[in-house]
Design a protein around this ligand. Sequence first.
Ligand SMILES: Cc1cc2nc3c(=O)[nH]c(=O)nc-3n(C[C@H](O)[C@H](O)[C@H](O)COP(=O)(O)OP(=O)(O)OC[C@H]3O[C@@H](n4cnc5c(N)ncnc54)[C@H](O)[C@@H]3O)c2cc1C
Length: 321
Amino acid sequence: MPTIVVGGRAYECPPGATLLEGLEAHGVPMRSSCRAGSCQSCMVRAVSGDVPEAAQAGLKATLRARNYLLACVCRPTGDMEIVTDDDAITRVPAEVVEIGELTPDVMSIRLRPEAPYEYRAGQFLRLYRDDQTSRCYSLASVCELDRDIELHVTRVPQGQVSNWIHESAHLGQTMTISEATGNCFYVPGKPEQPILLVGTGSGLGSLLGIVRDALRQGHTGPIRLYHGTLRRDGLYGADRIAPLAHEHPNLRYVPCVLREEAPPEGSQGSVVQVALTQNQDLTGWRVFLCGDANLVAGAKREAFLAGASMDAIHADPFLPS
Ligand SMILES: Cc1cc2nc3c(=O)[nH]c(=O)nc-3n(C[C@H](O)[C@H](O)[C@H](O)COP(=O)(O)OP(=O)(O)OC[C@H]3O[C@@H](n4cnc5c(N)ncnc54)[C@H](O)[C@@H]3O)c2cc1C
């Protein structure tokens, strides 16, 4: 049984358990959120021992080189010593410069970082309520086009961070954010490739950022954007998408409403079903999925079955912490 040393104490990690599970079983306090190797909340650094390759998947080369790893997907193969310091993640203060209501449940918040802040549209950051409490939010802005960072935040009933943002965010306030991370973004190189984007609720934010980024970089292939909500008042963004679609006829936007009648340009029904019925063969397509975690998981499967290759499907499930 591998022995894990952390904070000067040794703990045994049960065979097959992840580092995160093994340490939590001994009551070691560990940060975690998605527990699926995506959000990077559980990043730690190995001081000694072999780091399994899978534990570093998705990390920047600079972090890999420094032996950082994700505890939630690390299954130790031998003894390790780790440090759980937070040095791996740069925190940046950012001023709240604009707040807006997008729907009764979703607000937009614009932040102006106090230091240069680089990101790719569609990545996500962590927003800290305090030292111990943070949540991931996707970037709805485009670094090269927008002066400020934009986030779209859905209020979750009793949610510690989303409610705090909805109730207390105010102009001039300084918030703390992490650097941006994640792999759900547009990579140039195949300008004619068709792109399908499917999102729910505030998942529209990062999809819209990805669309603007793709168009900015000269994407000429069809871009189909499907946004799903339960009720009609959950739709937003048409005022920004319409001018884009006017300027770029390769962009098509379809709002989908599950439980009420859809607007004339949209469809009633499940956003995944509508998107996959209207685009039945996804062979050679690039696919972006964002929002509700169950829906994203189902959509990923459906897109694969419709012909999209797994490495062309980019997903950002909004997994609760
Ligand atoms: C990569 C990533 C990107 C994300 N991007 C966004 C984004 O752009 N916009 C956004 O609004 N959110 C996003 N999320 C979700 C966000 O990180 C938080 O999980 C969400 O805001 C709830 O946090 P909270 O502190 O308010 O609720 P918590 O205090 O964590 O949870 C309160 C209760 O609500 C439940 N709960 C939490 N989330 C949900 C949910 N989505 N649906 C139903 N029940 C839930 C919890 O299980 C708990 O019982 C993202 C998540 C990930 C992992």
